[in-house]
Every structure is written in structure tokens, then in C-alpha cells.
Design a protein around this ligand. Structure first.
Ligand code: ZN
Length: 95
């Protein structure tokens, strides 16, 4: 009986881990699919405001913010438009 419970617990843990891993993998794939800032600027020339600024090519807003892909300690950043909330490009935090 104890063995059965242990077996079930182990199975549940394995399932949960597999699920978490697959979600994490999807996130990483999505990030990888985003262009870099250079690629973004080259692809959307009309969305370049000046040497340092880019604008959203969806809505034209120049208000671009970024957040870490996962945890606050993660180095993978996603830059997104604060107006329409769409992810625009990726970068690597340098710390
Ligand atoms: Zn936008």
C-alpha cells in the first residue's frame, strides 16, 4: 500500500516535471524566434526613431520596455511595446 502511494507520487512528480520542462522549452523557443534589436531595426526601417530608439511596428508607439523572459535573475530579455503589449525583439542582459 505504501509502495503504491510512493509509486503514484513518483509518477505525478515525473509528469509535473515533464510539463514544466515542456513549458520552459516553448518559452525558450519563442524567445529564440524573436529578432535581435539589430535584426528588428533592419527589418522595420520605418520603425527606427533615431540612433538609439525604436518604435513598435504594429502601432507606432515609441514606448518600448523590456522584462526578463523568466525570473528576475534571467539574462534573456524580451522587449515589448507598452502600448499594444506585443513582443518585438530579444536581447541578452549584460551582467
Ligand atoms: Zn505597439
Amino acid at each position: 500500500m505504501f509502495k503504491e502511494r510512493l509509486k503514484r507520487l513518483l509518477q505525478e512528480t515525473t509528469d509535473a516535471l515533464a510539463q514544466a520542462f515542456s513549458a520552459n522549452q516553448t518559452l525558450a523557443d519563442d524567445w529564440q524566434r524573436l529578432p535581435t534589436q539589430q535584426e528588428y531595426m533592419a527589418k522595420h526601417e520605418g520603425s527606427v526613431l533615431d540612433a538609439s530608439g525604436v518604435a513598435c511596428h504594429h502601432c507606432g508607439s515609441g514606448d518600448i520596455a523590456y522584462r526578463p523572459l523568466q525570473s528576475a535573475k534571467g539574462r534573456r530579455l524580451v522587449h515589448f511595446c507598452t502600448s499594444c503589449k506585443r513582443a518585438l525583439f530579444r536581447s541578452m542582459a549584460d551582467f
